[in-house]
Design a protein around this ligand. Structure first.
Ligand code: ADP
Ligand code: MG
Length: 348
C-alpha cells in the first residue's frame, strides 16, 4: 500500500524531469541552429585575408568593415604608399603619429631592445635593396649592402610625445608587424558588432575572436614550412589570442641553387641563418605576436625562447632538421601531424 503511494508521488517528479530534459534538448538545438557561418577570402596588405564569422545572422556588411579597417591601417603604415605616415617619416625624418602608430612604434622599440637588435624596423634600407618580394629582386653587391647597413639602428628611432623621428638616411619598414597589427584592429571592429566568434587570418597572422560555436576552442593549423602552401605539420588548440608565423618559405629569391628568404639579420644584412625555418608565436596582442615571430626567427631557438618568455608569449619553433620545440604553455595545446617532423626538448 505504502509502495503504491510512493509510486504515485514519484510519478509527477518523473514527468517533470522528462519535461526539463526535453526542454534543454530543444534549447540546445535551437542555439545550434542560431549560429550561421559567413566566410570570405580576399587579398589585402599584399596577402590573402580569410574571414570566418559566426553569429545569429550572416555578416556580409562586416566583411566590408574589416576590409575598410585593413585599408585604413595600410594607408597609415605602409612605406609603399605615398603620403602614408611611415612614408612621411621616411621622407622627412619626422611625423606626427596617431596613438595607434605611436603605440606600434613604441612596441617595435621594446622588441628591438629586448632582442638585442635582431628585430629592427629601421632595417628598411636593406630590405628595399634586396626587394625580395618584388620582380626585380637581386642579391645586393657588398658595397651597397654595407652602406645600407650603416643606416640600420633601431635606437635612433625616437618617440617624443606624438612625434616620431629617425636619423638622416634611415628607412622604416613595418612589414614585420603589419599583419599582426591588422589582427588587433580587426578585433576592435568585431567588438562593435554582434558577433559570437570569428577567425580572421591576415597572411601569417591569425586572430581568434570570441567563441567557437561548435567546440570549446579554436583549431589553428601550423603550416608545414617544407610542404606546399596548403599543407600543415601541426595543430594548435586555443581559446583566444593571435597566432603569428614567420618562416623562410614565405618570400624567397632563388639564384641558381641558392635560396634567399625575406627575414634579414640586421647585423649582416643577409637572410637570418639561425638554424630555424619557422617560428609560431601565440599571445593576446597581434602586433606583439608578429614582432616576436620575426625576432625569434632571427635569434634562433635559445635566444628566441628566452625572448618569448620575457614577453609572456608562447611558441612553436621548427629547426632545419625538422625538430619541433614547443614552449611549456602550449605543450597540451599542440598536436604534431606532419610528415618527418619530430617533437624535441630544448637543451639548456
Ligand atoms: P611576413 O611578412 O611573411 O609575415 P614577417 O612577419 O616575419 O613575415 O616579416 C618579414 C618582413 O619584415 C620582411 O618582409 C621585411 O619587410 C621585414 N623585416 C625583415 N627582417 C627584419 C628584421 N630583422 N626586423 C624587423 N623587420 C624585418
Ligand atoms: Mg612578423
Amino acid at each position: 500500500m505504502k509502495r503504491e503511494r510512493m509510486k504515485k508521488a514519484l510519478f509527477p517528479v518523473g514527468i517533470m524531469l522528462l519535461a526539463v530534459a526535453v526542454f534543454v534538448m530543444i534549447v540546445l538545438d535551437l542555439t545550434k541552429e542560431q549560429f550561421k557561418q559567413s566566410t570570405k577570402s580576399t587579398v589585402a596588405m599584399g596577402t590573402v585575408v580569410t574571414e570566418k564569422l559566426y553569429g545569429k545572422k550572416t555578416y556580409e556588411s562586416v566583411f566590408d568593415d574589416i576590409e575598410k579597417t585593413i585599408t585604413e591601417l595600410e594607408n597609415e603604415i605602409s612605406w609603399r604608399i605615398s603620403g602614408s605616415a611611415v612614408d612621411t617619416l621616411n621622407k622627412s625624418g619626422a611625423v606626427v603619429c596617431s596613438d595607434r602608430l605611436k603605440n606600434a612604434l613604441s612596441l617595435c622599440g621594446e622588441v628591438y631592445a629586448s632582442s638585442g637588435g635582431a628585430f629592427d624596423v629601421t632595417v628598411g634600407k636593406v630590405t628595399s635593396l634586396w626587394k625580395i618580394d618584388e620582380e626585380d629582386a637581386a642579391v645586393p653587391d657588398e658595397k651597397a649592402l654595407k652602406k645600407a647597413l650603416s643606416f640600420v639602428d633601431g635606437g635612433k628611432l625616437k618617440i617624443n610625445g606624438s612625434a616620431a623621428t629617425i636619423a638622416e638616411g634611415q628607412f622604416v619598414d613595418l612589414g614585420s608587424v603589419g599583419k599582426g597589427l591588422a589582427c588587433d584592429e580587426i578585433r576592435k571592429t568585431l567588438e562593435e558588432k554582434d558577433i559570437y566568434g570569428a577567425v580572421v587570418s591576415v597572411g601569417g597572422s591569425v586572430l581568434l575572436y570570441g567563441k567557437n560555436p561548435t567546440s570549446d576552442s579554436w583549431s589553428v593549423a601550423v603550416r608545414d614550412p617544407r610542404g606546399d602552401s596548403s599543407s600543415y605539420m601541426g595543430t594548435l588548440s586555443l581559446k583566444s589570442g593571435v597566432v603569428s608565423t614567420s618562416g623562410d618559405y614565405e618570400r624567397v629569391l632563388t639564384v641558381g641553387d641558392r635560396k634567399y628568404h625575406h627575414i634579414l639579420d640586421p647585423k649582416t644584412g643577409y637572410p637570418a641563418d639561425s638554424g630555424l625555418i619557422s617560428v609560431t608565436v601565440v599571445c593576446d596582442s597581434g602586433i606583439l605576436s608578429d614582432a616576436l615571430s620575426t625576432a625569434a626567427f632571427v635569434k634562433g631557438l635559445k635566444g628566441g625562447a628566452e625572448l618569448l618568455e620575457s614577453f609572456g608569449a608562447e611558441g612553436v619553433f621548427i629547426d632545419k632538421d625538422k625538430k619541433v620545440y614547443v614552449t611549456d604553455g602550449l605543450s597540451d595545446k599542440f598536436t604534431l601531424n606532419g610528415d618527418g617532423y619530430e617533437l624535441a626538448e630544448a637543451s639548456e
